[in-house]
Ligand binder design. Structure first.
Ligand code: ADP
Length: 683
């Protein structure tokens, strides 16, 4: 549906925009999450750096503690050289112990200068100290008391080249690197297991920026960490003061190691976002789809209303078409009938006969189209009446036998004489079905015969199955064409049937009409040999007496037809015919001429009402559709008049309205009867 697509298009565009915004927000969000993650990791790292620094501080403290114990031992036995010598056993590889006087001269071990190690001064003032001298090493010093005075300072020196071996710091399970620097940024403890590359990286350009910021952070807090992008990837640098030393710890660790754990938060957030986005896309897709559906449902509803309106318009059109077309055709056929009755001149009669044939073909064509439309729109109703089957057969034979014989075909009728004389059903529709089948049999047969069989099958006392079959020796139907036989407007075997007139409606009408009467058309056909069409219809029996030989009736009627004469004359009767079409009045008056009935005509309802006031009529025939006052209105007016001699006279409506329910409507309007100008088969 184009309208639906047109409406769907902007909705789709809006949704595409939404998706783009979603992607944009996604990108923004991911970078924001990344920043948050860095902040989070920096905080974590800063705390971890503090912990590492505390551990380093503990190592130094342990060293000082062991020095204090040794100083204690010496203090109690300063003159016992064995105790002193035992106390001077170094605690780490390459470390050296010594005892110095206040001027720095050694009592035991080597001299150490107060100038090199500022901590010595403090120790002479009574404190354990750690001091560093570039090139000389790391010195731990502790006072040795002599009563309240300090007599010596005990020291332990770790030479520069041994510091790494004894004090290097392991962090992040070996994945990170950390060192200890003095307040003057001298390297005290180098990286553990570090390569030249690591050192160059740490002290090089790449991290210097981050370090600069890190150091200013340290002015505000005791530890800090920062993220930076480098050519080696993302790295965190961290630093923390080492308590009680005046030194600080610094190091770096790569992004992956540092953000372990936090990474999963990012992927979690990412996944959640992705799922929400996915849900949104699915949701909006669903909305587009359903809104399309809702819209197409709206459209369908609208289309249904339009179709219903169109169907109503079609019915109205058909009603007026049946009137507008059939009225002039009836007039033509009526005039033609008068020519045939009144003139003997052969050429004129031939022309008149041609007009009759063409007129009848036209009428049957219109009737087919009307019937089909009526069935399709559900407006065809069955009108069951009591009827004589022998007359139906007679009508059919009288219509079809001459046509068949004209083609050189033998037309054979096999009718069961025991069929009950009076049946109850829609004889017009039954006759129409048989007529359609017979017409085809004659149409599609070039040589041979057409056999019509009418039988009965007993059901119960008051019902029979009326069984009809028509067999021809015609062109037959291919098995593959049998299905299409009942498709409206479709003709089968077109190449062969090219020259045979037809609309492709006949069989569809028969099928549908039989279905209305709970029956079904059976077809048996052999291509090139002939076909047999049959059906059986349940009918009520109204008179059990056998119908007898229909042919006697037939011959009798044929003889009557050869010389047409009126069945009655009524010179004392008077009728009034009202019709706005003058030709119709002429035809009616002409056809009734020999009955000697006194006929008055009026061209309008107004004119007719004037006539009724002056003269009493036996019957009034009134046309339904007239300009100004219509037939129904005129009847109402007539019935309401007092003093009018025709107020209660029988009025019969004249109409070409073939729409079902018309008769009932007219009777309800007050007419005595209804005379339809043309209903095939003639009622
Ligand atoms: P049409 O107006 O073309 O006759 P119908 O609906 O009456 O339309 O028939 C449909 C088609 O069935 C015909 O065009 C014809 O090909 C085929 N058909 C109907 N009756 C016969 C038959 N007795 N013999 C052969 N073909 C037939």
């Amino acid at each position: 549906m184009r309208i639906v697509n047109n409406i769907k298009a902007p909705r789709t565009a809006v949704n595409v925009c939404f998706i783009i915004v979603l992607i944009f927000v996604g990108i923004l969000m991911s970078s924001r999450v990344q920043v948050l993650l860095h902040r989070f990791t920096e905080g974590q790292l800063s705390r971890q750096a503090q912990t590492i620094a505390e551990k380093a501080s503990q190592v130094f403290e342990t060293e000082l503690k062991s020095l204090s114990q040794k100083a204690g031992a010496i203090e109690h036995n300063p003159e016992d050289s064995s105790v002193v010598m035992h106390s001077l056993q170094p605690s780490g590889a390459g470390m050296r112990l010594g005892l110095v006087r206040i001027d720095g001269t050694a009592v035991y071990g080597g001299d150490v200068s107060v100038l090199d190690f500022a901590g010595l001064q403090s120790s002479f003032r009574g404190r354990g100290m750690i001091s560093f001298s570039a090139g000389k090493g790391l010195l731990f010093s502790y006072p040795v008391f002599n009563g309240p005075n300090i007599k010596y300072v005990l020291y332990e020196l770790c030479p520069t080249d041994k510091i790494g071996e004894n004090f290097s710091i392991s962090c992040f399970e070996g994945m990170g690197r950390a060192l200890v620097l003095s307040a003057a940024d001298e390297l005290i403890v180098p990286f553990e297991n570090s390569t030249e590359e690591d050192r160059a990286f740490f002290f090089g350009e790449e991290l210097s920026d981050a370090f600069g910021k890190l150091l200013s952070d340290l002015e505000l807090s005791s530890s800090a960490a920062r993220y930076t992008d480098t050519t080696r990837g993302g790295y965190y640098v961290f630093a923390s003061e080492i308590p009680d030393t005046g030194f600080y710890l610094a190091g770096f660790v790569d992004y992956e190691t540092a953000s372990k754990g936090a990474d999963s938060i990012v992927s979690l957030v990412g996944t959640v976002y992705l799922m929400i986005s996915l849900l949104f896309v699915i949701g909006s897709g669903y909305l587009i789809f359903t809104s399309g559906m809702i819209h197409s449902n709206d459209e369908l509803l609208k289309a249904k209303l339009v179709a219903e309106e169109a169907s109503r318009a079609k019915s109205d059109f058909l009603a007026s078409m049946s009137h507008e077309i059939r009225t002039p055709i009836n007039a033509i056929l009526g005039m033609d009938e008068m020519i045939l009755r009144e003139y003997d001149e052969p050429a004129l009669r031939q022309y008149a006969l041609n007009i009759r044939n063409a007129g009848n073909t036209l009428l049957s064509l219109i009737n087919d189209i009307l019937d089909f439309s009526k069935i399709e729109s559900g407006k065809m109703e069955l009108i069951p009446v009591e009827y004589e089957m022998s007359l139906v057969i007679y009508d059919l034979v009288s219509m079809m036998k001459p046509r068949a014989e004209k083609k050189g075909l033998s037309f054979i009728v096999r009718a069961d004489e025991n069929i009950p004389r009076v049946l109850y059903g829609d004889n017009i529709r039954i006759k129409q079905c048989i007529l359609n089948i017979l017409t085809n049999a004659v149409k599609y047969t070039e040589t041979g015969s057409v056999v019509m069989k009418v039988d009965q099958e007993y059901i119960d006392e008051s019902h029979i199955y009326l069984k009809v079959s028509v067999k021809d020796t015609g062109i037959g139907i291919k098995p593959e064409d049998l299905e299409r036989l009942f498709s409206p407007f479709e003709r089968v075997d077109e190449t062969r049937n090219r020259n045979i007139e037809g609309t492709g409606l006949g069989m569809s009408i028969v099928k549908r009409m039989l279905a209305m009467m709970d029956s079904k058309l059976e077809v048996q056909s052999e291509y090139g040999k002939g076909s047999e069409f049959s059906f059986s219809i349940r009918q009520e029996v109204r008179s059990k007496a056998p119908m007898g030989d229909y042919e006697k009736n037939f011959i009798h009627n044929m003889q009557e037809q050869l010389s047409y004469h009126e069945q009655f004359t009524a010179p004392e009767a008077h009728i009034l015919i009202v019709d706005d079409i003058e030709m119709n009045l002429t035809v009616a008056a002409g056809l009734l001429k020999n009955t000697e009935i006194g006929i008055d005509t009026a061209l309008s309802a107004k004119n007719a009402l004037e006539l009724t006031e002056k003269k009493e009529y036996d019957v009034l025939f009134i046309d339904d559709r007239m300009p100004g006052m219509g037939g129904v209105e005129m009847l109402r007016e007539l019935r309401s008049q007092t003093g009018n001699p025709n107020t209660a006279k029988p009025c019969i409506v004249l109409t070409a309205n073939a729409i079902s329910g018309a008769k009932e409507k007219y009777i309800k309007d007050g007419f005595e009867d209804y005379l339809q100008a043309h209903r095939r088969g003639g009622a």
